[in-house]
Design a protein around this ligand. Structure first.
Ligand SMILES: [Cu+2]
Length: 237
């Protein structure tokens, strides 16, 4: 597992900010800069990121354009590049200590050390989905208190993606996708397009401290709505 340095994360977030400014300007508005929620948003995935200005600018329903702009702007800036072969292997590997039920599309972890890799939208799979242990958007089950380490790889040739865990389950209303992570640390910075150096990867980790049903999803606008999400269960009491 690799760690993304704070410096790299900061660089990525700065680049994202530039993208948002450019996107806002391109739409003929200044939705990002005028959003008062930005200053108290606490992160790119919170309400400030998708303030009313952005929503009113035609972004809703046009997530691909946003994701593509972010993908090219962030290319080579966030995460550590890995080879296509390594990414492919990560996408199909059965995580240590996990039981994979192919038919039920369910991955159950028995121990409190949970580690798995996530391929975002691999080009040889359904568009705008996650691949984990060879499955598309599987349900992931972990015991309460587990330390969860996720390696995210952007396998999409021309689109930015991230991975975050939020409260609640089922198809989510658009705005609720922009909620903060369910647990501290349970969200990744958006990754850019793969480059000649490889596919960008980053690692996040969090403690699944409260039992319940959660949703993992991509927070790039429009992506979860189009199917880039799955169920995450924390069992126990
Ligand atoms: Cu995405």
């Amino acid at each position: 597992m690799r760690r993304v340095t704070l410096g790299r994360l900061a660089a990525g977030l700065l680049a994202l900010g530039l993208v948002l400014l450019v996107a806002g300007a391109a739409l003929g508005g200044n939705g990002v800069t005028r959003s008062p929620a930005w200053s108290n948003s606490g992160g790119w995935g919170s309400s400030g990121f998708m303030g009313p200005g952005m929503m009113g600018g035609g972004m809703l329903g046009n997530g691909s354009a946003m994701g593509q702009a972010m993908g090219s702007a962030l290319a080579g800036r966030v995460g550590q590049p890995i080879s296509q072969a390594e990414a492919t292997a990560l996408g199909s590997a059965t995580p240590a200590g996990a039981t994979v039920d192919q038919a039920a599309k369910r991955i159950t972890f028995g121990s409190s050390d949970v580690r798995f890799a996530v391929l975002a939208s691999p080009s040889d799979g359904p568009d705008l989905t996650f691949r984990i242990a060879g499955l598309t958007n599987p349900t992931i089950v972990v015991p309460r208190g587990a330390t969860v380490t996720v390696e995210l790889v952007n396998a999409d040739p021309d689109m930015s993606h991230n991975w975050a865990l939020v409260s609640g389950s089922g198809p989510l209303p658009y705005m609720s996708m922009m909620a903060g992570p369910a647990f501290a640390g349970a969200s990744a910075a958006p990754l850019g397009d793969p480059t000649s150096a490889g596919l960008p990867s980053e690692t996040l980790s969090f403690t699944a401290s409260t039992a319940g049903t959660y949703t993992y999803l991509c927070q790039v606008p429009g992506h979860a709505e189009q199917g880039m999400y799955g169920t995450f269960e924390v069992t126990g009491s």
